[in-house]
Design a protein around this ligand. Sequence first.
Ligand SMILES: [Ca+2]
Length: 344
Amino acid sequence: MMNFGVSADARFLGRIIEGGSVNSKTRMLVHFGLAFALLTGPFVSSAAAVTGKPDAGTSCVIIDTDWDIDDLMAIPAIVANRKVAAIVVTEGASTPRVGAAAVSTMLSSPRPTRTVPVLPGMSSNADVSGLTWIAGLRESQARVNGLLVEPISASTSNVRAEKLQSRLTSLTRDCTDIELMIIGPFTSYVTYAPILSGRISRVVMQGRPLRGDPTTAPGGISFNCLYDLTSCRKAFPTLKRVNPYWIDAPKEGPVAYAPSTSMVTSLKSTGLPGTTKRALMGNRSTWDPLALMPGSKSLFWDQSAALFLLNDRAFQQVGGHWESKLPLTEFQNRWTSAVNNWSW
Ligand SMILES: [Ca+2]
């Protein structure tokens, strides 16, 4: 157990997320008629119906997320452009089972039978009492930000390691090489890494390395490490052997390297781009610099990891990590284009 207290990553210091009062009697409205069963049933579709099912001898991507608001923007960019074998939701900004249901809800609209497998991952059961912002964030993320009017509820029981390993083994059995994008804590990674042994071609992670980055201020541990430091410390030496890239948002410059309203309104109105647009525009207080709650912060954190995975030539090494070298508007345009490339 950990208490984050005042040592939380600067990214989250002072962060205030709208708590959002929800009438418990309000009937859950799911945009475009998503089946309620999606919220309560298994999160993995039958293999035959899964678009993300890899072909024999193919390259696969696994996304390991803690379902924060920047994860919500990063995931569609990858899903629209790569064959995603599985998405694992690890405890962090969200809890695994609620987060998995929320990710599944977003990706299942409007084609529930052609979605990507989403697995609840591992819990660290961290003490989050010092993170005053997290309850509000978890509630808004359980509503897929602004997509649902009532938060998804799900069991809080821990997922068994053997269950996660078994499911990932099955979902990746035809993957000859795997790119792993970790945009959450490392709690699940240390559990499933052994079953991916020898097939990981690259690991793209949000944040900065635990050690060895001269641009990191002393004690400035990235949130994904800090949330479950034990797992991060365990993962760190093994990550060095699997072609690791740490990605962070540029922190310098006159204007925050952040999302804009126009890059979201430029998304198509149908399919996954449309769902993403409705989710984001339904609640701008969590991400839009023009609408953020006082004290909140929004930068291109996980979105940077996603665009790096799609095109690393747009990035440059800074200390021990990589940052976008694109002008802000170009980065925003590339995110919109990446999500709008969705076709299935
Ligand atoms: Ca994240």
